[in-house]
Design a protein around this ligand. Structure first.
Ligand code: GAL
Length: 634
């Protein structure tokens, strides 16, 4: 496999007479893919039922004739205005009960079946027309499910759908009452029609009610996507892809991914650093123009797994974006570094977003590979450099990691419903574990919560997994390496209640979480031998060995040789110590990497990425700021 580059393009934004020149410049820059179509519904169907394919036919032809392969997006993230007249109830409703109106994008509720049919209809028409077009080499469904907080909608359609979903799941209101513990506060129901969505309650709604609504809402995303997949597959053999987001946990990506051929995600490293990554002010300043050194890698590893080995970057930041609180420009070299890092993590293709910066509308301040005046923007030359470098390094492969991290969306919803500590967040916890593994220079695989086989791995981390699935519970019991689970792992039932006997419940682990504490940001639990827990601390009991203890003698890590429970949330230095300690036992090679230097081994090469704004030394080689270095593996 040769890695490839592409770009996102909106022919409908530009006069038709420049398409050919644009296509030629894309090819000259070494791009081989172009993604089009995903917001074009109004131009395709200006009036309900009046289809105008002519311009898209020509655009596909011009781009295809130039030698570009096309990713065709279904346009369902932007229903035209007339759609609202046809389906007045299709707007999503926020948790305050207010409709989210027309005038931007994603103004649809996943539960609205009328809109779901419209989405089926336009997808079918597109697939019928272009399914056997030789230039269409891949499909994208919709655009960034969940973006702008759109997974959960508190609409009438959602209420009806949720009741039906609950009736199918629980069969009787009695069973639901028992599962949710509704005897508490006299919350019992005796009819499905009495059950509302878990918003606008006087104080917090019951946690399993919130969790089930999160499950229901995620299922609607899966169902919405599946409708499109079925339509496309009926007419096309090209792979079907969705472009996921960074740090988005509101729907189960494992489930959406199971219906697709490739997982892709949209990587905006600098936007994310300012918008959705925890870090000190110093950290954010140091990586202001590069992005967090672990955030891209985490998502590459996560989505590579969601795509069952097939990963793309559908949108790669090329310059300043428009949507973060502050939008600095990347350091020269970053548009190249980000692409190589994606390739080193198994990406087949990296598409930059977007071709030409639009001088109009919401994203006019968002950079492209070209400026609004069509002059080259800085990232174009970097993309070109990458395309030339790819020719010298045709396939680096994706190495099997020896270390794995389990990541579970349901747990994210469970802890969101019941954080117990104001700063407890599933992504944050998993990412802090991932960061520690990366600082040790390890390759990491991310695993789904129903993973049944851990045998390829030596070290497995499963922090914060609310309730273990049967396959994972069995795989942990049989594991021959070291599994470090906790904090909070297997401490709840699937209904978010406390199990009795208390968890965790894994054969071979004699540890029980007897008491749980959450801690404000300025409090800590000190460990003997150095280090500390922040945010969270569990008091453990049981017959197993305490491998580490707190200063006042509580177990900090407790378990058998193979199965260990981590009782708190270690700060970064403590996590480093814990990872180092276990890697020593397992004889896993680690590195002590300076801040901002990261490595990733592929089948053939070791890649070294310098995210720091200054040069750094790797085994005698000086790597410039924003530089990439690779060397063949011995
Ligand atoms: C993504 C989205 C694109 C564009 C981009 C801007 O979230 O998929 O359509 O809005 O962000 O950075």
């Amino acid at each position: 496999m040769k890695h490839t580059l592409g770009v996102c393009y909106y022919p409908e934004h530009w006069p038709e007479d420049i398409w050919e020149q644009d296509a030629a410049r894309m090819v000259a820059a070494g791009l081989s893919w172009v993604r089009i179509g995903e917001f074009s519904w109004q131009r395709l169907e200006p009036v309900a039922g009046d289809l105008r394919w002519d311009w898209l036919d020509r655009a596909i032809d011009v781009l295809g004739q130039a030698g570009l392969k096309i990713i065709l997006g279904t346009p369902t993230a932007t229903p035209p205005r007339w759609m609202l007249d046809k389906h007045p109830d299709m707007l999503p409703v926020d948790a305050q009960g207010r409709p989210r109106n027309f005038g931007s994008r994603r103004h649809y509720c996943f539960s609205d079946l009328g809109y779901r049919d419209e989405s089926r209809r336009i997808t079918r028409l597109m697939a019928q027309r272009y399914g056997s077009n030789k230039h269409i080499a891949a499909w994208q469904t919709d655009n960034e499910y969940a973006c702008h907080d759109t997974t959960r909608s508190y609409s009438d359609a959602a209420r009806t759908g949720f009741r039906d979903w609950l009736a199918q799941k629980y069969q009787s209101p009695d069973a639901l009452n028992r599962a949710w513990g509704n005897v508490f506060w006299s919350m019992d129901y005796d009819d499905w029609a009495q059950i509302d969505l878990p918003n606008l309650t006087v104080t917090e709604p019951n946690h399993p009610h919130v969790l089930d609504f999160a499950r229901y809402s995620s299922d609607q995303v899966v169902a919405f996507n599946r409708v499109q997949v079925d339509e496309i597959r009926a007419h096309s053999d090209a792979p079907i892809i969705h472009n996921y987001m960074g740090r988005e946990t509101s729907f189960d990506h494992w489930k959406v991914g199971a219906d697709l051929d490739i997982a892709s995600w949209d990587s905006y490293p600098i936007g994310f650093l300012s918008d959705r990554i925890e870090g000190s002010d110093d950290h954010k300043l140091m990586f202001l123009r590069q992005g967090d050194p672990d955030n891209q890698a985490f998502h590459h590893d996560l989505y590579r797994a969601v795509g069952r080995g097939r990963l793309w970057i559908m949108e790669q930041q090329p310059g300043p974006v428009n949507w973060a609180p502050y939008n600095p420009a990347p350091l020269p070299g970053m548009a190249r570094l980000w692409a190589w890092e994606a390739f080193a993590h198994g990406a087949e293709t990296v598409c930059y977003f977007r071709w030409r910066q639009a001088p109009f509308a919401q994203e006019q301040m968002h950079a492209g590979l070209l400026r609004p005046d069509s002059a080259d923007a800085p990232a174009l030359a970097e993309a070109q450099q990458v395309s030339q470098e790819i020719n010298g390094l045709p396939d680096v492969g994706t190495a099997q990691a020896q270390v794995a991290l389990v990541f579970d969306y349901e747990s994210a919803w469970g802890w969101e419903a019941q954080p117990q500590g104001a700063d407890f967040d599933m992504f944050r916890l998993a990412f802090s574990a991932y960061r520690a593994l990366r600082r040790a220079g390890l390759n990491i695989d991310i695993l789904p919560p129903d993973c049944a086989d851990l045998s390829p791995y030596k070290l497995v981390l499963a922090p914060g997994i609310m309730h273990l699935s049967d396959p994972l519970r069995a795989a942990l019991a049989a594991f021959k390496g070291i599994a470090l689970i906790g904090p909070r792992t297997d401490t709840k039932t699937e209904h978010l209640s406390i199990p009795t006997p208390l968890g965790p419940d894994i054969d071979g682990l004699d540890v029980t979480v007897a008491l749980t504490e959450s801690l404000p940001p300025n409090a800590q639990v000190k460990l003997s031998g150095g280090g500390r827990f922040l945010h969270w601390f569990e008091h453990l009991e049981g017959g197993d060995t305490a491998h580490m203890t707190t200063k006042d003698g509580h177990p900090a890590i407790m378990g058998s040789d193979n199965l260990r429970y981590l009782a708190g949330w270690p700060d970064a230095a403590t996590f480093d110590r814990i990872i180092g300690y276990h890697c020593d036992i397992l004889d896993l090679e680690t590195h002590s990497l300076p801040e901002g230097l990261r490595i990733r081994d592929t089948d053939t090469h070791r890649f070294v990425f310098n995210y720091a704004p200054h040069p750094q030394n790797w085994n005698g080689t000086e790597i410039p700021a924003a530089g990439v270095h690779w060397e063949p593996l011995a």
